[in-house]
Design a binder for this molecule. Structure first.
Ligand SMILES: NC(=O)c1ccc[n+]([C@@H]2O[C@H](COP(=O)([O-])OP(=O)(O)OC[C@H]3O[C@@H](n4cnc5c(N)ncnc54)[C@H](O)[C@@H]3O)[C@@H](O)[C@H]2O)c1
Ligand SMILES: O[C@H]1[C@H](O)[C@@H](O)[C@H](O)[C@@H](O)[C@H]1O
Length: 348
């Protein structure tokens, strides 16, 4: 596809994220336009299509994927629907940017990895947007420069003011902690081998029955330690912090100055971002701009991805599956993953 031609995109699921993605493709990023909008709620699809010049509603998600006026697909539907929709994209030979998580269990993610490998192309990008955030890329560059020495320990905090109705304890692992899983793999360049989830006293202000916060401990292939506090009902604001401690020094992102105290409405002498849309707005924009570029040149190379791919989605799902098991027992659980080399294909 030439650079002058617009990439024609179908967006499936136009809730919070999907509607934002439609807006960013239409109004913020060049080189692409949304031609098809689909949502389980027809009224919602119609509402978003009406705001999007040149977009039409297609009622069935699989018809939307297969549509002739669609070159590539964005999936912003809930995690449990991703498997079938991603496989349909592969079947149609269409590049897809699938919001995280790739799927909600390791087996289905592995099915996807193998299906993509069989095609001999890289068609799947997974929406682990932190890899595109300026602070995370700076931290990664610093680690790779060697200035911190060998990283030994990573401390993470992931706090949300609130989560949608129906969010349960396992979703804290599969929907929220999954970001720390990807960040760990991105920053340290190795797989996570075991997970332990510790359950501290639960927030009495959280919806009944949710184990929140949770503390996750990861061990990596070379024995490095990562801990992550995930607390998704703080009622305060959106905070994502990562500190890497190396043999020659340490570095932290997510704070501009030393933080003393945080209370509603999220002020502490600076501003705490209220939600992921504000904190990671730049990352989503960069993620989409780079994906659109990659898809346009993909036909020449067979690589339609610029960022985390199907393997990264699978690896994250496998770690989260171990995390969910550990959530039940409190014990350390080994991550059950196939060897990367055993899955022949372009994601290698
Ligand atoms: N990267 C991030 O920071 C980030 C932030 C929020 C959400 N997400 C991910 O984005 C996805 C969507 O999350 P959201 O917060 O926008 O959820 P949401 O509930 O606001 O929107 C989901 C939309 O999908 C529609 N839908 C449900 N089933 C569908 C189906 N089978 N086919 C088509 N449409 C369907 C719903 O009607 C709804 O409009 C999830 O995978 C979530 O984990 C990522
Ligand atoms: O789906 C959202 C999203 O992925 C956010 O980035 C994360 O902070 C939330 O915990 C999660 O529920």
């Amino acid at each position: 596809m030439s650079d002058n031609q617009d990439l024609r995109i179908a967006v499936l699921g136009v809730g919070i994220m999907g509607a934002d993605h439609v807006d960013r493709i239409t109004n913020k990023i060049g080189g692409a336009r949304v031609t098809v909008v689909n949502d389980y709620s027809l009224a919602r699809a119609e509402e978003i299509a009406a705001l999007t010049p040149g977009a039409r509603v297609v009622v069935d998600p699989f018809d939307a994927i297969a549509a002739e006026d669609v070159d590539a697909v964005v999936l912003a539907t809930p995690g449990p629907t991703h498997e079938k929709q991603v496989l349909a994209c592969l079947e149609a030979g269409k590049p897809v940017l699938c919001e995280k998580p790739l799927t909600t269990d390791a087996d289905s993610s592995l099915t996807i990895v193998k299906a993509e490998a069989a095609l001999g192309k890289r068609l799947i990008q997974v929406g682990f947007m932190r890899r595109f955030d300026h602070e995370y890329t700076q931290l990664k560059d610093l680690i790779d420069s060697g200035d911190l020495g060998r990283p030994l320990v990573v401390h993470c905090a992931h706090r949300n003011p609130a989560v949608p109705n129906g969010f349960d304890s396992a979703m804290i692992v599969k929907d929220s902690l999954v970001h720390e899983v990807d960040v760990t793999r991105f920053l340290l360049d190795e797989e996570i081998t075991s997970v332990q989830i510790i359950r501290p006293a639960a927030n009495s202000l959280a919806p009944e029955g949710i184990q929140d916060p949770q503390i996750a401990i990861f061990e990596t292939e070379s024995g490095r330690h990562v801990d992550a506090e995930v607390f998704v009902t703080t009622g305060v604001a959106y905070e994502v912090r990562t500190e890497v401690v190396g043999e020659l020094g340490s570095a932290m992102i997510g704070l501009d100055v030393g933080l003393i105290r945080k209370t509603k409405p999220g002020n502490w002498g600076g501003q705490i971002t209220p939600g992921f849309r504000e904190r990671f707005g730049q990352a989503y924009d960069t993620e989409f701009a780079r994906w659109i570029k990659a898809v346009k040149i993909g036909a020449g190379t067979g690589n339609y991805v610029d960022g985390p791919g199907a393997w990264d989605g699978y690896a994250a799902a496998a770690v989260c599956a171990a995390g969910v098991k550990s959530l039940e027992t409190g014990q350390r659980v080994a991550v059950d993953m196939v060897a990367r080399d055993s899955v022949a294909g372009p994601q290698r």
